[in-house]
Design a protein. Structure first.
Lengths: 405, 304, 289
């Protein structure tokens, strides 16, 4: 109860404050009215969890921040407040598609922010293209991003593909093996849905090329809640590295199971959920050395400031993977609007070619994709720090072997 | 004659509506037409026999998935035909095995069926084809989707009307009342039930196939969304599953209410939805049509 | 490796069986097909976690309170919501359909309240999850506790149903609700009790699940499905059947995961379930005709 009502109160407060500000600032605002920004996110259904962690808090934080500062700055220097139109897509693509049609043709919003998830972003891509809206698809991990960027030239893909993450992982493991810290055997499990399969199909050839042997390689269905059998097989496989391309319930379940059965591989890697702020709690304070997908440069002042602001507004810190990118995409949008205004074509061109200053540093897209990403991170101390690509500025040195649970 | 002419006029009007509405209006029409089709097709089998099936999404999802698999190799018409054949075959096999189950056993079986189909497709894709997540890039406009769905809805209702008058409908009604009596009166129980089940399943499969181009990206967890099965049942029962226009009268208002709730109360949508369901069960137990008739009957002083 | 499979399977099965006990009572005695069953367990799980995180109450201490609260909740719910449906349906078969629809609404209602109250995040706590050596296999302590709770609750129920007069009345209502009143049984009261005890068991299961599993406000339907599968396999209203079916399912899943392919565990569950339905709709251990 408290969380939502506080958020609602904050929202109301910010509207009050900004409207008084608006009166004070005078005429420039009053003429144009607010910028309408719409989004259809999952408030209910299976996607509500992902959207509730990564997407919705960042949208709300950004709108709040912008409005408190007087609104979005237009090219002529005037400021316009943001007015949000929000729908629940009920985690169903049919409802999502209709909501986008509604935002575009009924509400005639100025901009549309994307939903959470690969499937959702793909479902709306043709519509966004037809209506001409730029689409900053953040929470979509897909190896076909280059094709999509070419097919819909106003779509931007900002979280890489399965091959990238698998490659980042294999790089870290290869270095450790060459240094003699781990053997060349790997046990890997993957969740049977688009995400897990993308990663494992990217990982198999990458592992083979680097000379690793996959001694245990299985998938498990979405919705599996018991990992005792899987972990026991992995433990018996003789691999020094345990890799899971998993979703949060799996990532958490495997961590706990590994702890309870005292399974201590030199490398313990999980995927979504590993970078969540609640992970150290899930691991009973023993997250040190656990690797996972994503990562942030925890030493960067911009990231630290963003984490503080997020914690103050939402009540919990953001996750250390897609949250910062989501927020960065919105900062890009604001800066692009400041440079070229709200015209969709100009906006798309600016997003595609411009350089932006964001919480994840300076961002410039390549072929409508964000490629300068962290592929892998590790819990070190009280932060989830990025460790790969190793040559990217801010990369921490991996700790291998992981300390025992 | 008005029984035939009025619906035809309505159909013609509905067919030209997309020329004047916005894209969102069209989206609403597609959604409503889809649920009218699903609820009517569901009632075609379940309305008369009282077999509550939660397998709607097993067929709907199969249809969508068939399009996703075949859309790059076959023409659109052939894809639809394949979808119908696959849906019909599954229904035939499943029906042969299961239609002797009654009551809650059938309910749960049908739910399990949807999950089983989804798990098997997932496993097959992961282990045999190595891809999960397929793309549908078809040159089909939203209007075309609407017209196809409207056509399917019309066919479903016409078929239901015809069945209601035929020997098959009579047989289904007797089965719904009492299977033992039905068997004694010489009705071939298995064949009648199977026929209605397969017909209904083919329509459900086609509905999934027709809407699938709107998804673009298809994954088993997306198309086998169990909520669809539940919504279909609720809609059909709200209107009155054993009446010709019952499912339509349940589907359209409920669909619009869901839409209104989710856009105006995104935070509390599930709570309101839950209350609405409970309200339906308590206030209109026999469906809207029956309740309205009873009210009218009372007003006019006990008519029939 | 066989002993590992056996032990892991039994422990998993115990947690499954515990989940199913309440549903089999609710459906067997009260004749309410409760689709919101999983949400009942979630309420308990969230309450336990909240009191653990904010008040520092250990889950094992909270468990009996949650169980009692579950009883009260079930009692009230039956009185307010189910009783009118039962009264309305009389002896016709309507109740089945009505209860499915009404509890489906309840499912959304509870899910919405949980979402508003606790947010959409995954919830997971760390409590008693150190490993315990069981015949050479390391099993998490919280799982063993859940297993023990299952054995205790299931055993107590079996004894109470078989050996006491109260149990006799319960069984009479479960078998022939129509003729129970003829021998002076207040069917309404017994059904209410059955439903409330079922809710209390759901709360117990939820409290023990919260100790070892990650859950979120939208995940209740998974619990409902698992419980349903077990209830049907064990025979509706059949407590020993549910215990046996739960254990069997745990063994099956563990066996499939280790010997065949973890990707097929859920498919195997449903396949077995469908086979049981076809071959013995009264359940593997069902004595009902």
């Amino acid at each position: 109860m408290t969380r939502i009502s506080r958020r609602a109160a904050l929202r109301a407060l910010s509207i009050c404050m900004t409207s008084t500000l608006a009166f004070g600032a005078g005429s420039a605002l009053a003429q144009d009215g607010p910028v309408k920004i719409g989004y259809a996110v999952a408030r209910t259904g299976p996607n509500a969890t992902g959207a509730g962690i990564t997407t919705i808090p960042n949208y709300e934080l950004w709108v709040d921040t912008v409005n408190k500062a007087g609104g979005l700055t237009m090219p002529d220097g005037s400021q316009r407040m943001i007015e949000v139109v929000e729908y629940d897509n009920r985690s169903a693509n049919e409802d999502l598609v209709r909501s986008i049609e509604r935002l575009a043709t009924q509400d005639k919003v100025d901009l549309i922010l994307p939903p959470w998830g690969t499937g959702g972003n793909l479902a709306i891509a043709p519509l966004m293209a037809r209506f001409g809206y730029p689409q900053l698809a953040v929470t979509a991990v897909t190896d076909k991003a280059p094709d999509f960027a070419a097919r819909w030239d106003r779509s931007f893909w900002m979280l890489g593909g399965g091959h990238d993450y698998a490659g980042g992982l294999v790089d870290v493991l290869t270095k450790a093996r060459d240094a003699g810290t781990i053997n060349n055997k790997v046990a890997v499990v993957s969740v049977a849905d688009g995400f897990g399969i993308d990663l494992i199909t990217g990982a198999r050839p990458a592992f083979a090329e680097a000379g690793f042997e996959l001694v245990y390689d299985k998938t498990y269905p979405l919705g599996t809640s018991d990992f005792a059998a899987i972990m026991s097989e992995a433990q018996g496989s003789g691999a020094d590295s345990f890799v899971a391309f998993s979703y949060p319930p799996g990532s958490f379940g495997m961590t706990k199971t590994a702890q309870s059965m005292n399974y201590n591989p030199a490398v313990f890697y999980i995927s979504v959920g590993g970078a969540f702020p609640i992970y150290p709690g899930v691991a009973d304070g023993k997250a040190e050395g656990v690797m996972a997908i994503g990562g942030v440069d925890a030493e960067s002042p911009a990231i630290q400031e963003y984490f503080t602001r997020h914690t103050a507004f939402v009540g919990s810190p953001p996750d250390s993977w897609a949250s910062a990118i989501t927020y960065a995409s919105l900062e890009m949008l604001a800066q692009a609007i400041e440079r070229v205004g709200l015209d969709h074509a100009a906006l798309a061109e600016e997003l595609s070619g411009g350089t932006f200053e964001t919480v994840v540093g300076e961002v410039k897209l390549e072929d409508n994709q964000l490629r300068d990403l962290w592929w892998i991170g590790q819990w070190q101390g009280d932060a989830f720090r990025a460790i790969g690509p190793a040559d990217k500025t801010g990369a921490a040195t991996p700790i291998i072997p992981k300390p025992e649970w | 004659m008005s029984r035939i002419i009025l619906p035809l006029i309505g159909l013609a009007l509905l067919a030209i509506v997309p020329l004047i509405v916005t894209d969102y209006g069209l989206g609403l029409l597609i959604g409503a037409a889809t649920y009218v089709t699903l609820a009517s097709a569901w009632a075609l089998f379940s309305g008369q026999t009282h077999y509550i099936s939660l397998a709607t999404v097993a067929f709907y999802g199969t249809g969508a998935y068939t399009v996703a698999v075949l859309n790059e190799t076959l023409g659109y018409g052939a894809v639809l035909l394949c979808a119908a054949l696959i849906g019909g075959t599954i229904a035939l096999v499943v029906g042969l095995a299961t239609l002797r189950l009654r009551g809650v056993y059938f309910v749960i079986f049908s739910f399990g069926l949807a999950e089983l189909v989804r798990q098997l497709i997932t496993w097959y894709e992961v282990n045999v084809t190595g891809t999960l997540g397929r793309y549908i890039f078809l040159d089909i406009t939203t209007r075309q989707i609407y017209w196809q769905m409207l056509g399917l809805a019309a066919i479903t209702i016409a078929l239901t009307a015809w069945i209601h008058r035929s020997r098959l409908g009579m047989a289904l009604r007797v089965i719904g009342d009492d299977e033992t009596v039905a068997a004694h009166s010489g009705i071939n129980l298995a064949r009648v039930k199977l026929l209605a089940f397969v017909l209904s399943a083919v329509i459900l499969t086609l509905a999934g196939a027709i809407t699938s181009p709107r998804y673009v990206y298809v994954e088993p967890s997306i198309v086998f969304n169990p909520t669809i099965s539940f919504l279909t049942v609720i809609m059909a029962l709200l209107g009155g599953a054993n009446r010709l226009w019952g499912p339509t009268l349940g589907a359209v208002p409920l669909f619009l209410i869901f839409e209104w709730l989710s856009s105006n109360f995104p935070d509390s949508y599930p709570i309101l939805l839950g209350l609405l369901f409970i309200g339906v069960v308590f206030l209109v137990p026999n469906g809207l049509i029956a309740s309205t008739e009873r009210l009218l009957g009372k007003a006019k002083g006990a008519r029939g | 490796m066989l002993s590992t499979t056996l032990i892991l399977g039994l422990v998993l099965g115990g947690t499954y069986a515990l989940l199913a006990l309440g549903l089999t009572l609710q459906y067997g005695i009260a004749r309410i097909m409760n689709l919101a069953y999983g949400e009942f367990t979630l309420i308990a799980a969230f309450l336990v976690v909240a009191s653990f995180q904010h008040l520092g109450v250990p889950p094992l201490v909270a468990l009996p309170f949650v169980t009692i609260a579950g009883y009260g909740f079930g009692w009230l719910l039956y009185q307010v919501m189910m009783r009118p449906l039962v009264a309305r349906s009389g002896s016709s078969g309507r109740l089945e359909v009505d209860s499915i629809l009404a509890t489906f609404g309840l499912l959304f209602l509870i899910q919405g309240v949980l979402l508003v109250g606790f947010g959409a995040n995954f919830t997971s706590i760390s409590y008693l999850d150190r490993g315990i050596d069981v015949l050479g296999v390391s099993v998490a302590l919280n799982r063993l506790i859940a297993f023990a709770i299952c054995v205790l609750a299931g055993g107590a129920l079996v004894v109470a149903l078989q050996k006491t007069r109260w149990g006799l009345i319960m069984r009479a209502v479960a078998l022939t609700p129509g003729s129970a009143p003829l021998v002076g049984i207040d069917v309404n009261r017994v059904a209410r009790q059955g439903f409330a005890i079922g809710s209390a068991l759901a709360a117990t299961a939820g409290a023990s699940i919260s100790m070892y599993q990650t859950f979120s406000a939208t995940g209740g339907v998974v619990f409902t499905m698992k419980a349903l599968v077990i209830v049907i396999m064990g025979g509706v209203g059949n407590v020993p059947g549910a215990l046996a079916a739960g254990l069997a399912l745990g063994l099956l899943e563990t066996f499939v995961a280790t010997a065949i392919d973890p990707g097929l565990t859920l498919a195997a569950t449903f396949a077995i379930f469908l086979l049981v339905l076809l071959w013995r709709p009264q359940g593997l251990f069902g004595a009902r005709t």
